[in-house]
Ligand binder design. Structure first.
Ligand code: ADP
Ligand code: UDP
Length: 236
């Protein structure tokens, strides 16, 4: 499988067409951005880590009954995925308070919730990805009720599975963002990535941050943190 035309360059990945109209190749970059692109930098080695970690998670999720876009890892940075029309909603699940949740509601980080929460952001860079509820998403025809019900079901299932995968390697899954898409026959599947760019990971013992907050908050050691999660997950 080879890359044809570059269709899109995003903040963290490039997307290419292939000879198969149903398949794309994504190529992960070391570029890091935060605050809707206002803060820019690089995290050395991030592209390869995020690619391989995402694929590891997607393969395990698929085995457990979550349909995903994953097809084949081509190299450290490149993966073949099923082409979808992205549902323009960022689906955010939280197990522990942090980030914009803590800011919005004026609470400290680290409150462990009895049940996970779900929220949606409207994926629209010009508007700064505003929070949106399910009624508004249906009103704007971003998705149907059936699609939203399925997305919620899959998102909570991903949470249960991912929480387990991370606990095994001594990491608490604080929160994360998922994207879903529709294949040409209308099937909803999990797309995009699952990585320290899109999840908050805290060490179970020390509560050390092992994710993109090291970059967002200028804590230093982002490279080492990504490498550490990778090492615990894949033994390298
Ligand atoms: P952004 O667009 O936020 O800068 P990226 O740099 O990660 O993000 O770009 C990857 C783009 O590809 C995103 O817009 C994402 O929604 C999209 N995408 C992810 N998986 C698929 C897929 N399977 N089919 C089509 N588009 C996808
Ligand atoms: N997230 C993401 N992309 C976004 C916004 C959030 O991957 O555009 C992830 C983020 O890494 C965190 C979770 O979603 O794991 C919740 O993020 P939050 O709403 O707290 O926003 P932030 O603090 O990142 O602004």
């Amino acid at each position: 499988m080879e890359k044809r035309e570059q269709l899109y360059e995003g903040k963290a990945k490039k997307v290419y067409s292939t000879d198969d109209p149903e398949l794309l190749i994504v190529s992960y970059k070391d570029d890091a951005t935060a605050f809707n692109g206002l803060k820019k930098g690089t995290i050395q080695g991030k592209g390869a880590i995020n690619n391989r970690m995402t694929n590891n998670f997607m393969r395990r999720l698929e085995k457990e009954g979550v349909p995903t876009h994953y097809v084949q890892e081509l190299s450290d940075r490149e993966t073949v995925v099923k082409k979808v029309t992205i549902v323009p909603l960022e689906v955010i699940i939280r197990n522990i308070s942090a980030g914009s949740f803590s800011k919005r509601y004026g609470v400290e980080e680290g409150i462990v919730f009895e049940q996970p929460t779900i929220e949606f952001s409207y994926k629209n860079d010009d508007l700064g990805d505003p929070l949106i509820n399910d009624y508004h998403a249906v009103a704007l025809k971003l998705a149907t009720w059936d699609e939203i019900d399925l997305i919620k079901k899959y998102a909570f299932k991903v949470n249960d599975l991912l929480k387990g995968f991370m606990k095994e390697i001594g990491i608490d899954l604080v929160d994360f963002k998922l994207e879903f898409g529709k294949t040409s026959d209308g099937t909803i599947i999990l797309a995009d990535e699952i990585s320290p760019d899109t999840c908050r990971f805290w060490d179970v013992e020390t509560h050390e941050k092992l994710d993109k907050d090291r970059f967002r908050r200028d804590l230093g050691g982002a490279e080492d943190a990504y490498q550490e999660v990778m090492r615990r997950l894949m033994g390298e």
